[in-house]
Ligand binder design. Structure first.
Ligand SMILES: Cc1cc2nc3c(=O)[nH]c(=O)nc-3n(C[C@H](O)[C@H](O)[C@H](O)COP(=O)(O)O)c2cc1C
Ligand code: SF4
Length: 606
């Protein structure tokens, strides 16, 4: 048997393991990538032919997701998180150190094919950074001595499965548990209550609790479920599924830099999350659920699969759950592959269907036309964990905490300049000043609430409250002390958005790159006050003209910092009216090389 035949068979085996389903395309490609350290051309053709898809469509999917690659990567593929908190902890310097030791640059594969290096967006380990991934598995608390050991393991080609366990060790790091984290439900408790009290009664409890979505936007959970259960008036849907099918999706994409609270819920409270999904399924009438797990959380997958198996064995999933006729529901885990935009619910649904994660035109919303065009509930991990607790303990238990408009508690992930980064849960209504004191933050210059897509606040606003009606957040809380440079933070965030823009609409695709270039120009000291006019109108244009939430929030770091820290910009401006956005002399380098000249006349005076 030739090498390529065996290769073909491997690809065919992966496709048939996924029952030759088009909706499994992304899962298939992930496995192909793991097998070959890239998605080879031959594999693309086989997958396309087997699934009945155009080759270009399959290639387009590979190109969309950053954890997939058409180019050959190393047998050890090491990525460092480029989140700003990792950067401030020295991740760039550590990458230089690793790169020098291994003799390969970030973005490249070494000529012997052994190792490749690169940067990736936040890996969800900001409390235990600098962090990274090796062949998709977390690497925490990187430092020079750990890197020396990694270099040795790579050079000796020790399989990642035999690397020291402490390299991958990730703690929950719960610093201050509150309403939810302190009172986990017993397995099955919420479902027993659901079957005992009835679906309508538990729905009323969720409604009474005032629960609003924990993913960021804060939509009322009970209303979302009600709309989904009712379905749209013109109910057509996809021919691939039953006309009355509904779906429940748990959004565990957690890609917002600085957010890692879902990591803890999935690691230690997964039963409760799955139970919340099952309660939802009972109420809206869904038979199938999906946990969309971000690609960077691969390490959690085996234990999550084990918990699902355990729940099936106990009839908390499967047919006639807890003996109730017609209450059938199961959950499938679907891995993401490194695309922040897939956290947006309609992009997530596209990705679940095996496509590029391009956000849909809305309306119709997923509650009307979601997965395979059927009514679909998409909720955050924390929302489902709260649902299970409310079903078990009642709506009043939850609603008595928090504020009028923001009931209950919020779990936040604190990272950056404080003594005790980690997980904190507070009743809504707590002030930013109290949170800063609690986690041991001193000399705080600014707090980024809600990640790069959220907002930056400065000292005069620390009296503000954590609440949907004041400062809402999906869970990211990054602290920066007075030694930090606000513009470096803005630069990191604008690079993040330019990298993560899906490219579907022009204002975001072009706008985020222009914004990035402008911020680079300012940070590099090439800007003048004239640039500010263009910068703020560009920022406003991206915000208003972009198609989805990513583009609409991509300019927030610029707009927020301009209004809170204008001096940081002024300090960087040159004293002239116009300065080119690039180095003219450097841009002539290619021409000089082509004409083999490097004399003084071939250079421009700057
Ligand atoms: C670019 C972008 C990324 C998002 N990422 C996430 C995410 O990682 N997790 C999440 O729950 N919601 C995320 N959302 C919000 C979802 O679109 C959706 O509102 C949420 O999953 C609904 O759940 P909830 O009602 O329980 O909050 C994101 C939105 C945008 C625009
Ligand atoms: S706003 Fe950006 S991420 Fe959203 S659809 Fe447009 S290009 Fe894609």
């Amino acid at each position: 048997m030739t090498w390529s035949e065996s290769k073909q068979e491997k690809v065919l085996a992966i496709v048939s393991k996924h029952e030759i389903r088009q909706t499994r395309l992304l899962q298939i490609l992930r496995e192909v990538q793991d097998e070959f350290h890239c998605v080879p051309k031959n594999a693309l053709e086989i997958v396309a032919a087997e699934l009945g898809l155009a080759r270009t469509k399959v290639e387009g999917v590979v190109q969309f997701y950053s954890l997939l690659s058409l180019e050959q990567q190393g047998r050890f593929h090491i990525l460092f998180s480029d989140s700003i908190t990792d950067q401030f902890q020295g991740s760039r310097e550590l990458m230089d150190y690793l790169s020098a030791k291994l003799g390969v640059k970030p973005g490249q594969t070494r000529s012997d094919g052994k190792v490749s290096l690169g940067f990736t967006s936040c890996t969800g380990l900001c409390d235990q950074g600098p962090a990274g991934l090796v062949n998709g598995h977390w690497l925490s608390r990187l430092n020079e001595s750990r890197i020396d050991r990694i270099v040795d393991l790579v050079e000796r080609e020790v399989p990642v499965s035999s690397w020291p366990l402490e390299f991958f060790h990730v703690e929950d790091n719960i610093q201050s548990p509150g309403l939810l984290l302190q009172s986990p439900i017993d397995q099955g408790e919420a479902l027993k209550q659901l079957v005992r009290e009835g679906f309508e009664e538990i729905f009323m409890e969720i409604n009474r609790s005032g629960l609003r979505g924990r993913g960021g936007a804060g939509f009322e959970t009970a209303w979302k479920w009600r709309f989904c259960a009712e379905g749209p008036e013109d109910y057509s849907g996809s021919s691939l599924v039953d006309k009355n099918e509904r779906f429940v999706v748990c959004n565990a994409d957690e890609g917002e830099p600085g957010t890692f609270k879902d990591r803890i819920l999935l690691n230690s409270y997964a039963h409760q999350v799955f139970e919340g999904m099952t309660v939802c399924a009972g109420i809206v009438g869904a038979k199938q659920g999906f946990l969309y797990l971000r690609g960077e959380y691969l390490r959690l997958r085996p234990q999550l699969e084990a918990i699902l198996a355990n729940r099936r064995a106990k009839n908390f999933l499967g047919k006639s759950i807890l003996g109730r006729n017609g209450f059938d529901f199961d959950i499938e885990i679907h891995m993401g592959a490194g695309a922040y935009v897939c956290g947006e619910e309609s992009a997530l649904i596209e990705s679940l269907e095996g496509k590029r994660g391009v956000p849909r035109v809305r309306p119709p919303y997923p509650i009307d036309r979601g997965y395979l065009d059927q009514p679909t509930v998409v909720n955050n991990v924390e929302t489902f964990a709260a649902v299970a607790a409310i079903a078990a303990y009642g709506g009043a238990w939850f609603a008595t905490q928090g504020t009028d408009k923001s009931k209950g508690s919020k779990i936040i992930s604190i990272s950056g300049d404080c003594e005790r980064p980690g997980i904190y849960e507070y009743d809504f209504g707590i002030s930013i000043a109290e949170i800063l004191m609690d986690c041991g933050a001193e000399n705080t210059l600014a707090v980024q609430v809600g990640g790069p897509s959220g907002g930056i606040i400065s000292g005069k606003e620390y009296h503000r409250k954590l609440a949907f009606e004041d400062l809402g957040t999906g869970g990211s809380f990054m602290i920066f002390n007075k030694k930090r440079d606000v513009l470096e933070i803005v630069r990191n965030f604008t690079h993040f958005f330019a990298h993560e823009s899906c490219g579907f609409c022009t204002p975001c695709r072009v706008g985020t790159t222009l914004l990035k270039n402008e911020v680079d120009k300012i940070c590099d000291g090439h800007a003048t006050s004239l640039d500010l006019v263009g910068l703020s109108s560009l920022a406003k244009f991206i915000k208003t003209a972009s198609h989805c939430g990513l583009g609409q929030s991509a300019a927030n770091p610029v707009l927020g910092s301009l209004s809170h820290f204008p001096q940081a910009y002024k300090d960087r401006f040159k004293d002239v009216v116009f300065e080119p956005g690039f180095d003219l002399d450097e841009s002539l380098e290619t021409a000089r090389r082509m004409s083999a000249r490097d004399d003084p006349w071939a250079h421009l005076e700057q």
